[in-house]
Design a protein around this ligand. Sequence first.
Ligand code: HEM
Length: 305
Amino acid sequence: EPPSAEAIIEAFEGVLGPIRTSRPSHAKGTCAAGHFVATPEGARFSVAPVFNGQRVPTIIRFGVGVGNPAGPDTGRTTRSLSIRFETQAGDIWDMANISAPIFGAPTPEAMVAGLVARRPDPATGQPDPQKVAAFLAANPATTLQARWLAATLPPASWATTPYWGVNAFRFRGADGEVRHVRWVFEPRAGVQRLTEEEMRTRPANFLADELRGRVAAAPVEFDMVLQFAGPGDDLVNPTIAWPDDRPRAVVGRLTVTEVAPGPGGACDPISFLTLDLAPGVEYSDDPTLHARTGTYAVSLSRRLQ
Ligand code: HEM
């Protein structure tokens, strides 16, 4: 039995304290808005309404993978791009994507065990380094994302990094065929990362103003690209990326046209994980994907109390 949503939230709260107003993960963020338009390839690979080629309004949240809303924009953590699509007919699809191709836990059990191992020791207020080391030694898959982040400089802008959906999904195409896919949002501005020097000198809160400046000059765009699973590709473990040479298709373009002038906004009362698009887009059997649904809902209800 995988851990319940309540058990997962309790594990987060054991490390970060009670959830009150901010998210326990990607606590820092800025609301934005724009629209999505699918390509003909999008309509070919999914019968979901979002891919019908019409302009679909979106509510967007750009985030930073920190446990505290005051965390720095310059650290070797993930950045995020969360999107709510809402079609003219009222179909809603929410997704939360990160700036790394893999996740930090292979299963919900490993995620909970990792959080429990990092619970601060009441005597010191710090996690017990021995417990953390023993957990990592016993769960090497939980070190893969941290290794990727250690080897990759952080983005210079929210507009200059790819964002991966990470979990596998099933797309039902216009031909009736069901395909296992993962997606990535590729920045039309190209990939640009901070230098080591800039990591030290950029202010802790540079990302929101940088994005406001960019969008004031011209919309910021991303191509949504599907990657199709090949034979033997892992469909249930988000710590394993699929090989780069798998077939791809550009299925749509996201255009960011507005950035909130300050904190808060329309993205805050959303937990970005609603899937209302069956039969065009469905969950894979990945247990970490299934664990997200209830957990995001519980987190939302606590932070909106
Ligand atoms: C066992 C698996 C996972 C658990 C238990 C989990 C848990 C959570 C929770 C509790 C939140 C806060 C939600 C809210 O308050 O609205 C969150 C946010 C987030 N998670 Fe996960 N997560 C999991 C897997 C993933 C994966 C695989 C990704 C990779 C794409 C991911 C990316 C994000 C992002 C981007 C956010 C911020 C969403 C926003 O902007 O509101 N998570 N996660």
